[in-house]
Design a protein. Structure first.
Length: 207
């Protein structure tokens, strides 16, 4: 991420560029995207959601695997781009996504999903990563204490994140987003980088 030389349009673009980059290193035997685990299998390990479990990336070397979950929430960026040798001025490269409360929930949900995968396949899955890359500094500050989504804060320096994470009260956003319990204990640290002269931040949780 620190060496990325061009803005990515969306999370799928991030996913594919990272997969290609990892394969190009020649270090790994395979990198798969949208790695599918049926809900019926995941439920047996305490998976709290009704959807199937699809991992953004799974990196393999020999018989060892590492799942990688990605988040790419953005604020709007307008810039010039070159297409077929012609400059196109003022193009919206990344959109303003908002919904920070849901993004934070889904980030920690990704951590929980990787925990479940490790418990299902303890011999093969040696660890995992949950990664966020963003140009929205809201995530570094985090929500105010006591707000409905404060349990899911990604504020820089937050430590000892563990146990049950739940919404405060009964907001409408929680209707299909149940509380869940983290088995590990995690800390959040953000790093700065620049992509195409735009300020970005990234954090990586190791599971």
């Amino acid at each position: 991420m620190a060496g990325c030389d061009g803005l990515m349009f969306n999370e799928r673009d991030f996913q594919m560029k990272l997969a290609v980059s990892l394969l190009a290193k020649g270090t790994y035997d395979d990198v798969e995207v949208e790695y599918y685990i049926p809900n019926s299998v995941a439920k047996g390990a305490g998976y709290e959601w009704s959807s199937d479990l699809r991992l953004d990336l799974v990196v393999r070397k020999g018989a060892e695997y590492v799942p990688v979950e990605l988040k790419y929430p953005t604020r709007r960026v307008m810039t010039d781009i070159i297409r077929f040798g012609k400059v196109l001025p003022g193009v919206e490269i990344v959109k303003n996504q908002g919904a920070q409360d849901i993004v934070m929930y889904n980030f920690w949900k990704d951590v929980r999903r990787v925990e479940i995968v490790r418990s299902l396949f303890p011999k093969a899955v040696k660890g995992g990563l949950s990664v966020m890359l963003t140009n929205d500094d809201y995530y570094l500050r985090g929500p105010r204490p006591g707000t409905i989504c404060s349990a899911f804060s990604l504020a820089d320096g937050r430590s000892a994140v563990t146990g049950t994470l739940a919404w405060a009260g009964s907001p409408r956003t929680a209707a299909d987003k149940p509380p869940f319990t983290l088995g590990g204990k995690y800390s959040v640290a953000w790093h700065n980088t620049s992509i195409d002269n735009q300020s970005f931040y990234y954090t990586i949780i190791t599971i």
